[in-house]
Design a protein around this ligand. Structure first.
Ligand SMILES: Nc1ncnc2c1ncn2[C@@H]1O[C@H](COP(=O)(O)OP(=O)(O)OP(=O)(O)O)[C@@H](O)[C@H]1O
Ligand SMILES: [Mg+2]
Length: 508
């Protein structure tokens, strides 16, 4: 062996959803045997030394007993996690002239002590980085290969263990490259039929409101006694939303991948996410964050639904933290060393009982709560948050006859067809702007697109006086009315549309 050898292997890290190229430099020189990793590694990277040493020893290759220095560059980015094990091991074997990996390749993977290559998070992000950087071959853990192959134009080599990978790099035993993934949207229609709205008896009013919510991507709050079907209705929302398009599917897949939620068998997320965090979940779990920022529930619900059951039970701090992302559809996370952001364009579906016992306002069952208790309960959700919810509906208990009757109810597929039509109306309306749905219209757009008839003007004016509607309240009502008009394929917003939109503000 020479006096000093330097090897350089490409790897990658990510800050939030932004992937960055990392150079793993391995220097082997004469001196007392040692193994040092520099370049802002965290503890998991530091522990790579032990994993790499054991994995190499267990893979029928030599671990050089010389002075080894590994540098992870650029040095100003903190390196997290065990994904550098494989590039470090490959760098070591190159520096000690035991293998010669091809130029223009990128390595990712954690090593087990026996040399198995373990999965990492964010494979799709790194594959798209490789694509942008013109990298030819990507070596990834076998469990991440299908996900990496969602990105075209790069060769993906699945590595299951170090021995096989070494044999492949020595051209002794070939590993077949991962075939490109199919991006066929048909599977999007395989939505669990258990949540089909046809299973919900009665509740026509709530179903109508859900259809409006889905049509214009409005937030909705359902209030009603226990067991009236609120959770059932919320879960049904996913079944009436249009399928994700490929751009959205890739966005959602990236967020899920970085969170470790990717499914190796079905790497592309085709079904709109439905997330329902429990009210005991921490603020970080819901909005995102942590030392190494990870997406929270609101980002996992990106392009889908965030269901907050028992809304008043969530801590006030969590509810208030939702206000900014609800407005901006993106969440900013600041940490000492960095600021990052995650997309958070979700529909909020909230459910609550009207009071702690749940029966306030029920025509039959008496409510056991005191007036003070009821007020306290309802006050837990702040006005500004409620103001961001366009549709407020009451979901009453339904009669035994209705529940057990043999009524036929409209299927989710039929409702979804109408929702899809309104989405294409909105797509045309907002083409060229950053707005995607009626609920996202700015004041200017509300003026431009909510053209009222004389009757509807009169009705709106009367409502402002009687209901003390705020400026925001007026705008929100007009947006909902626009969606109702779109469902009716009406270019104008008529008095009937306004009246229905107002009815969703009155209750709740
Ligand atoms: N309208 C309905 N049609 C058919 N089944 C219903 C209906 N309402 C309630 N159910 C039945 O009752 C169960 C409970 O409903 P669900 O969990 O949706 O109620 P909820 O309103 O969310 O109650 P809670 O306030 O306690 O959370 C459902 O799983 C379903 O079996
Ligand atoms: Mg419920």
């Amino acid at each position: 062996m020479g006096v000093a050898t330097l090897a350089k292997i490409k790897s990658a890290a990510s800050i939030g959803l932004e992937p960055i190229l990392i150079d793993v430099e391995v220097d082997i020189s004469n001196g007392l045997p040692s193994f040092l990793i520099v370049g802002l590694p965290d503890k998991a990277v530091d522990e790579a030394r032990e994993r790499v040493r054991a994995a190499i020893k267990n893979s029928n290759v030599q671990f050089p007993t010389r002075k080894i220095t590994v540098n992870l560059a650029p040095a100003d980015i903190k390196k997290e996690g065990p994904a550098y094990d494989l590039p470090i091991a490959i760098g070591l074997l190159l520096a000690s002239e035991q293998i010669y990996p091809p130029e223009n390749s990128l390595f990712l993977g954690e090593l087990a002590l026996n040399g198995d290559v373990r999965p990492i998070t964010g494979a799709i992000l790194f594959a798209s980085l490789a694509q942008h950087q013109g990298i030819k071959t990507l070596y990834v853990p076998a469990a991440n290969a299908a996900e990496a192959a969602l990105i075209s134009g790069i060769e993906v080599i699945p590595a299951d263990n170090l021995i096989n990978l070494i044999a492949h790099l020595r051209r002794e035993k070939n590993i077949a490259s991962q075939p490109p993934a199919s991006l066929d949207p048909q599977s999007a229609l395989l939505i669990d039929s258990a949540f089909d709205l046809k299973h919900v008896a009665g509740q026509e009013h709530a179903k109508r409101a859900l259809e409006i919510a889905a049509a214009g991507r409005h937030n909705i709050l359902m209030s009603g006694p226990p067991g009236s079907g609120k959770t059932m209705l919320a879960k049904g929302l996913i079944t009436i939303l249009p399928p994700l398009n490929i751009t959205e599917a890739l966005e959602v897949t990236k967020i899920h991948s970085i969170s470790g939620l990717a499914d190796p068998g079905q790497p592309l997320v085709w079904i709109r996410p439905f997330r329902s965090p429990h009210h005991t979940a921490s603020a970080v779990a819901i909005t995102g964050g942590g030392n190494w920022p990870k997406p929270g529930e609101i980002s996992l619900a990106h392009q889908g639904v965030l269901f907050m059951d028992e809304l008043p039970e969530f801590p006030r701090s969590v509810l208030d933290a939702l206000r900014q992302p609800l407005e901006d559809r993106i969440v900013y996370i600041s940490r000492a060393a960095m600021t990052t952001s995650f997309p958070a364009n979700f529909m909020l579906v909230a459910a609550q009982n009207p009071c702690p016992c749940g029966y306030f306002g029920d025509p039959q069952k008496p409510c056991k709560c005191s007036a003070g208790q009821i007020l306290n309960y309802q006050k837990r959700v702040s006005g500004p948050l409620l103001d961001r919810i366009d549709l407020h509906i009451h979901v009453p208990r339904i009669s035994y006859e209705k529940l057990t009757g043999i009524g036929e109810y409209e299927s989710s597929a039929a409702i979804r067809d109408r929702v899809i039509s309104t989405w294409s109306i909105q797509q045309q309306r907002f083409s060229g702007s950053r707005t995607a749905s009626n609920s996202e219209m700015n004041t200017e757009q509300v003026k431009q697109y909510c053209i009222l008839t004389e009757d509807s003007h009169r009705l709106m004016r009367a409502a402002v006086d009687k209901m003390n509607l705020s400026g925001r309240g007026v705008n929100r009502t007009l947006k909902v009315a626009r969606t109702i008009a779109d469902l009716a394929k009406s270019p104008q917003v008529t008095a009937a549309h306004i009246a229905e939109a107002l009815s969703y503000r009155l209750q709740g």
